[in-house]
Design a protein around this ligand. Sequence first.
Ligand SMILES: [Zn+2]
Length: 106
Amino acid sequence: MTYRLKKGDTVLVLSGKDKGKKNKIIKVLRAEDRYVVEGTNMVKKHQRPSQKFQGGIIDMPVALQGSKLALVCPRCSKPTRVGFSTPEGGEKVRSCKKCNEIIDKV
Ligand SMILES: [Zn+2]
């Protein structure tokens, strides 16, 4: 099984209230194909007081569906679909469908 997106990727939000935002994936929920993207899909949560935190309302990013996200290619800086290929004798890589550049190893 290979995955299109991973932690540290910059993604573009394709739908929802944060449509058009570009930010980094900070957490991946593989089983659900959901991704927490920094500063997007924020919801207010009530937090109980703890030793470190006095309690109150905090903003938390909530995971977005993978289908709502497009990878922003680090080579051409465009939102793109991710392709997979295996160079002869090499390891499987992710590549950009727009510029055809290799992004990284899977
Ligand atoms: Zn590209």
